[in-house]
Design a protein around this ligand. Structure first.
Ligand code: SAM
Length: 310
């Protein structure tokens, strides 16, 4: 097996879901089964449904979970199809939903998948290898304007325009085939003094990955479905890894827990105007120093949790 994935905020996220023996829990991002293993061990009389769009992660985790219990079903799908897929299986209501967003360490470290700017591979970055759009198409076919836009929006890179320009100039001569070829092009667009603190390709690779997998587009629609399926007292927990993801989750949770402006400040707010959800914790939970010492990947992680109250 490739290098192991160390689950982030494992204890914190599992305990935040308030799992009972008979709970029905959905893990939207199965990955290598770290969180799902803990969930399955807790739901002895309940059930675990787990989503992933990556066949390799599913194959590994099916085996891992089978050693713990048989009361689980793995669904190979994007979690944007959460409600539809669960409804097809006759599931209407659940007690908890977990998201541990982004990619896993084995995906990043597998040099054949083209996620890493440290290893040479064909430009790919698809979590779902059946997805027709890969990093190759983005880098070689998107217009200069579209490249600059996604680099700025999803990578928040201040050299976005210049990097897009260098890419377009280079590919006029030959297609950009590999990750390290792209890294070299990015380096020519970033002045030396800005290359010291972090790898010059980090933000750009993040941006391309988000575009290829439409990572930000699926979060809110899926959260909306998850909340609609929660029983009273049920919870949704989300672990994010960068500010763009966290902002989306934070704003969405704020929207659904806010008291309607029309009645805010009234001494007795009519029941129907009270929100259906409350934040379980007001501030996001971040990894402990101990976790950070053991796992670099946890460094920007944040956990937010919400509960249905009516
Ligand atoms: C950070 S890893 C999860 C790791 C897992 N919690 C563990 O402890 O082993 C994220 C996983 O979610 C999957 N994933 C990310 N976005 C997804 C989406 N929109 N739909 C389905 N799976 C997704 C990725 O393929 C990856 O395997």
């Amino acid at each position: 097996m490739k290098e192991r994935h160390i689950s982030v905020l494992l204890e914190e996220s599992i305990s935040s879901l308030n799992i009972k023996e008979d709970s029905t829990i959905v893990d939207c991002t199965l990955g290598y089964g770290g969180h799902s293993s803990k969930i399955l061990a807790k739901v002895k009389k309940g059930f675990l449904f787990a989503f992933d769009q990556d066949s390799e992660a599913i194959e590994y985790s099916t085996n891992r979970l089978s050693k713990i219990g048989a009361n689980f079903t793995i669904i190979k799908s994007n979690f944007v199809n959460l409600k539809e897929k669960l409804n097809e299986l006759g599931v209407e209501k659940v007690d908890g939903v977990l998201y541990d967003l982004g990619v896993s360490s084995p995906q990043l470290d597998d040099s054949t998948r083209g996620f890493s700017y440290h290893e040479d591979a064909r430009l790919d970055m698809r979590m779902d290898r059946e997805n027709p759009l890969s990093a190759y198409e983005v880098v070689n076919n998107y217009s200069k304007e579209d490249l600059a836009r996604i680099f700025y929006r999803y990578g928040e890179d201040k050299f976005s325009n210049n990097i897009a320009k260098k890419i377009v100039e280079y590919r006029a001569k030959k297609p950009i085939e590999t990750t390290l070829e792209l890294v070299e092009i990015i380096k020519t667009a970033v002045p030396m003094k800005f290359r010291k603190d972090k790898h010059p390709a980090r933000q750009i690779f993040q941006a391309i990955r988000i575009e290829v997998n439409k990572e930000l587009d699926v979060i809110e629609p899926s959260l909306e479905q998850a909340l609609s399926m929660l029983k009273i007292g049920g919870r949704v927990a989300v672990i994010t890894f960068h500010s763009l993801e966290d902002r989306l989750v934070k704003n969405y949770f704020k929207k659904v827990t806010n008291i309607d402006e029309k009645v805010k400040g009234l001494p007795n707010i009519p029941e129907e105007y009270l929100p259906n959800f409350k934040l379980v914790i007001n501030k996001a939970i971040e990894p402990s120093q101990e976790e950070l010492n053991n796992n670099q990947r946890a460094r920007s992680a944040k956990l937010r949790v919400i509960e249905r109250i009516k």
